[in-house]
Design a protein around this ligand. Structure first.
Ligand code: DGL
Length: 261
């Protein structure tokens, strides 16, 4: 039987995983949460496959030993498309990944032109080739990676001003396609900029995996006990203390306690 105190462990390079945590909290308000930002290695999107594949399974191994979660959520498309299988092989608990929501996007598209907006590392992955071939074979799939957008999303969450023009410039290659009617937010940071992205790409519906992942977590933990201790929730940063603005924002996401690894 699962220990009622065992948390869900969310993992991302930064604050993007909050876009997966939010819908999960709606379905599982009683869950206790450990949210890990690998800020020491942020951003992942400009790293090599080898760096991610070596770092993420080892770090998650340490985190699982420390926090004894019942389930790990890799709330990061970059880490999931590169290292999900390695992590599953290394851990003995369920691991839920976050991969680009190409299937629902293809189901929604009328024009059959869809965008995949992720990090540079994510959009070049064979995992994405495979999803496009399986679920969007009759669509033109335009991929675009942006490190700038990840940085802007971190700014937004930390309460720093974000310019709509900067967001528009970062997605220009997708916005230029008037026939693109659905865009996959294939980086968990990007739902944090949903309003700016809608202004930059008014014809494109945005699709992300957050709600589907939350349903998957609820399914995998159905019937499990939860202890009544919300104060157990914690945000863990691998790269030292986050800014005061970020600490305030985390508290608005129910993460009142912040610590370093
Ligand atoms: N949030 C991450 C993703 O979903 C990665 C952002 C980054 O560190 O570059 O891909």
């Amino acid at each position: 039987m699962v220990n009622a105190a065992a948390p869900l462990l969310f993992f991302d390079s930064g604050v993007g995983g909050l876009s997966v945590l939010e819908p999960t909290r709606v379905l599982l308000p009683q869950a206790s949460i450990v949210y890990v930002a690998d800020s020491a290695a942020f951003p992942y999107g400009t790293r090599t496959e080898g760096e991610i594949a070596a770092r993420v399974p080892a770090l998650l191994g340490r985190l699982v030993e420390r926090y004894h979660p019942r389930l790990v959520v890799i709330a990061c498309n970059t880490a999931s498309t590169i290292a999900l299988e390695h992590v599953r092989a290394a851990l003995e608990i369920p691991v839920v990944g976050t991969v680009p929501a190409i299937k629902p996007a293809a189901e929604l598209s009328r024009s059959r032109v869809i965008g995949v907006l992720g990090t540079e590392a994510t959009v070049r992955q064979p995992y994405v080739d495979d999803l496009a071939a399986r679920f969007a074979a009759d669509c033109t799939v335009i991929r675009h990676g942006s490190a700038e957008l990840v940085a802007l999303a971190e700014d937004r969450l930390a309460g720093r001003p974000v310019s709509g023009a900067a967001v528009a410039a970062a997605v220009e290659p997708l916005a230029a396609r008037a026939d693109l009617d659905v865009v996959v937010l294939a980086c968990t940071h990007f739902p944090l900029l949903a309003a700016e992205l809608a202004a930059a790409m008014p014809n494109a519906r945005q699709v992300d995996g957050g709600a589907g992942i939350a349903r998957r977590i609820a399914f995998l933990t159905r019937g499990q006990p939860w202890s009544d201790d919300a104060h157990a929730d914690v945000a863990v940063f691998t790269g030292g203390a986050p800014s005061a603005g970020l600490v305030t924002a985390l508290s608005h996401h129910g993460l009142e306690r912040v610590t370093s690894l």
